[in-house]
Design a protein around this ligand. Structure first.
Ligand code: KG4
Ligand code: ZN
Length: 349
């Protein structure tokens, strides 16, 4: 079984070929970051146009690298949501067209399911597990019971953590993408110079909130006279912010582990995924947390935490593994969805 996966939900045009034995035959990612840089953030129309311009080259490259042709492919999969609708339409339409011409089944894949299931490819993680999914658009704690069975036990009440990293970078004039550059600056900084709020610390449940922290960073920056931030100030703000965000996430995740111990005794592993899961400080602190709570810890390699198409092809393989999908019952009529939650409501049990 061999799947070609396409990811176009945000600003990465990505295509990968993966087989059912977890072998990644190719993994091509073209980032559009340079095109969006002058605007200080992702411009949806530009993103869609760039996907349209590049996708067929990336498909070609991924197939050449994998040394396959269409006869070798079992199914074609694309991210069908959640994400920017223009980009989703480009990826889904291309995948449907290829599936139709080459008489292969088409699979519509949820981007979040891609992030959620990738640790099963990289680390052979078994169901069920506790997942911290933290990216540019989401920050959730989920119990993953099966390839299509997710129970959300915590989510952010306002901003996603990646979004806040991006905003902090923007306020400091550090450019995009914010996460990696804030992490880099934080390495040289003093994390105890500024005391920033740790939102939701100690509250019951495991929801997140980051807008207060974002505002506190804004007020802190505004205290400096215009354009008078030194590189040392910037490093210290990044380090203080990263520490506050990490401690908030560790607290919420600690509660989630306690909830699992009580309500899901079969779960003994925390898995992290999504772009912010690439953050070294967060990875280190969550590792310490799990060790203290006698939980296993899995963090996929950094390039598979951020957006990629391997996770889309892999989620499709998981679906194929569960269901007998052929051209008669494939997802050809599936329409891309800008919103597509993995699980609708917060449930503790
Ligand atoms: O999963 P992802 O690639 O795309 C979405 O599905 O959103 O996540 C992108 C987000 C961005 O907000 C980016 O700034 C953040 O992940 N990110 C990081 C790091 N690398 C990427 N945040 C903190 N530290 C990082 N090292
Ligand atoms: Zn993502």
């Amino acid at each position: 079984m061999l799947v070609l996966g396409i990811e176009t939900s945000c600003d990465e045009t990505a295509v990968a070929v993966v087989n059912k034995n977890r072998k990644i035959l190719s993994n091509v990612i073209l980032t559009q970051i340079q095109e969006h840089k002058p605007y200080g953030g992702i411009v949806p129309e530009l993103a869609a146009r760039a996907h349209l311009k590049q996708l067929h080259f990336i498909i070609d490259e991924a197939m050449k690298k994998a040394r396959i042709n269409f006869t070798d492919i079992t199914a074609i999969a694309a991210t069908a949501g959640p994400g920017l609708i223009g980009g989703l339409l480009v990826g889904v339409t291309m995948a449907k067209a290829m599936a139709s011409v080459h008489e292969k089944p088409f699979l519509a894949i949820n981007h979040l399911a891609g992030h959620a299931l990738i640790p099963r490819l990289t680390d052979r993680v078994k169901f069920p597990y506790l997942l911290l999914l933290t990216s540019g658009g989401h920050c959730q704690l989920l119990v993953v019971e099966g390839a299509d069975s997710f129970n959300r036990i915590g989510t952010t009440k306002d901003d996603a953590l990646g979004e806040v990293f991006d905003k902090v970078a923007k306020m400091l004039g550090l450019g995009i993408p914010g996460g990696p550059v804030v992490q880099k600056c934080a390495e040289a900084g003093n994390s105890s110079r500024f005391l920033l709020p740790r939102p939701m610390l100690g509250r019951t449940g495991c929801d997140f909130s980051f807008s207060g922290l974002k505002t506190a960073v804004r007020f802190l920056i505004e205290k400096f006279p215009a354009n008078r931030l030194t590189s040392e100030d910037i490093a210290d703000i990044c380090a203080s912010f990263q520490l506050a965000a990490t401690e908030a996430v560790v607290d919420r995740t600690g509660h989630a582990i306690d909830i699992c111990k009580k309500n899901y005794p079969r779960i003994n592993r925390l898995v992290i995924s999504g772009g912010v899961a690439a953050n070294t400080k967060l990875r280190r602190c969550l590792k310490t947390l799990t060790a203290a709570k006698d939980f296993q810890f899995t963090a996929p390699p950094i390039d598979l935490c951020t957006d990629n198409a391997v996770m889309i092809a892999w989620a499709a393989l998981e679906k194929l593994n569960k269901e007998q999908i052929n051209n008669k019952n494939d997802d050809m009529s599936f329409k891309p969805r800008p919103r597509w939650p993995l699980s609708q409501k917060n449930q503790l049990i």
